[in-house]
Design a binder for this molecule. Structure first.
Ligand SMILES: NC(=O)c1ccc[n+]([C@@H]2O[C@H](COP(=O)([O-])OP(=O)(O)OC[C@H]3O[C@@H](n4cnc5c(N)ncnc54)[C@H](OP(=O)(O)O)[C@@H]3O)[C@@H](O)[C@H]2O)c1
Length: 218
């Protein structure tokens, strides 16, 4: 498969690129900082400098031409304020989905977050509230499109080594942690399961081998 990962220098994105390249897929990674190109190449992917807060959908569509699937793995990240939750976590996903439609790339996997779209609890800080709002709006945008979309909502991400075992549900898992290794492995397995579409999946660490967890969705 030919796969494009947006936010290609992210922690999940680099792990995913390695897994996909190792199994023989061709990966292009959209990054905003040219200094990250070496890390992306080391992961087995081809870097393309493309800032999703600055480019047009037409320009991004050119980069998606010929892809079988696109993965939205970007995020404004910790330390960013409310404005970039909107321009990256919502806006960049919308731009990428526009570009996918223009390029005729039907399969779109979005990394969202547990809690996306839920009303923030009283006393929640404004940046977290902006984050879950932006993720919720990005999900709603994707669900309204004529694409083969898939939304993955991980719980709290950790950099612990992956276990290869998860809890993956079309519905609620409840709160929990999940490693970035296991999240990348789940996305790689989902990309190889094209019949799994139009689902909003929640993911935390668990007992089920990744391949079985994805097979159970089909
Ligand atoms: N942290 C958690 O516990 C948690 C839980 C659930 C879901 N998530 C979500 O999971 C996703 C991936 O997580 P992660 O830990 O892999 O994220 P990450 O390491 O922060 O990676 C996000 C990537 O997005 C890139 N990016 C930011 N703005 C961009 C732009 N304008 N154009 C192109 N790329 C841009 C960043 O580039 P730079 O390197 O140049 O900044 C970064 O490489 C994120 O959407 C995050 O919100 C996180």
């Amino acid at each position: 498969m030919n796969i494009v990962i947006a936010g290609g220098h992210g922690k999940i994105a680099l792990r995913l690129a390695r897994l996909l390249a190792d199994r023989g897929d061709t990966v292009l990674s959209l990054i905003r900082n040219p200094d990250h190109a070496g890390d992306v190449r080391a992961a087995g992917a081809g870097p393309i400098v493309c800032d999703l807060e600055k480019e047009t959908a037409g320009r991004v569509a050119e980069e998606l031409a010929g892809a079988d699937a696109v993965v939205f793995a970007a995020g404004a990240g910790p330390g960013s304020g409310t404005a970039r939750k909107d321009t990256v976590d919502r806006g960049a996903s919308v731009l990428l989905a526009d570009a996918a439609e223009r390029a005729g790339v039907r399969r779109f996997v979005q990394i969202s977050s547990m809690g996306a779209g839920s009303p923030p609890r009283a006393g929640t800080d404004e940046v977290w509230a902006a984050y879950v709002k932006a993720k919720g709006e990005a999900e709603d945008d994707l669900r309204a499109r004529d694409l083969d979309w898939l939304i993955l909502r991980p719980g709290r991400l950790t950099d612990d080594p992956g276990t290869g075992r998860v809890e993956l549900r079309d519905g609620e898992t409840g709160r929990g942690d999940v490693t970035r290794d296991d999240t990348a492995a789940v996305i790689a397995a989902l990309l190889a399961a094209p019949a799994v579409n139009h689902r909003t999946l929640e993911l935390i660490g668990g007992d089920v081998p990744v391949a079985d967890a994805v097979a159970a969705l089909t």
